[in-house]
Design a protein. Structure first.
Length: 95
């Protein structure tokens, strides 16, 4: 069985979780800590009009997500992803 890489894991979590905390490097070099989702029920809870309406094709190498703090859609390059804060990683920091 092949191990899931970081971008695959982020995409999976964005689809299934209400809130995903992750970090990436912006194009200008700044580190950005984001809270995002792609889960329709979580997006509707913030903004009913924010659900995607089109059937566009995702760009290769780009991850899109709904930013829960900015209440808007954002995108990042897969190669700029630094880390994902999961429940497991947060629990490890508490020990």
């Amino acid at each position: 069985m092949r191990k899931e890489n970081l971008t695959e894991k982020l995409n999976r979590l964005l689809q299934s979780e209400d809130v995903v905390n992750f970090t990436y490097t912006k194009k200008n070099g700044e580190t950005r800590h984001a809270r995002g989702t792609k889960k329709p029920s979580a997006i509707i809870a913030v903004d009913e009009d924010a659900l995607p309406k089109g059937t566009g094709t995702p760009k290769t190498g780009v991850i899109t997500y709904f930013d829960l703090d900015k209440e808007a859609w954002r995108a990042l390059q897969e190669t700029s992803l630094v880390s994902i804060e999961t429940k497991e990683s947060l629990e490890m920091n508490l020990v």
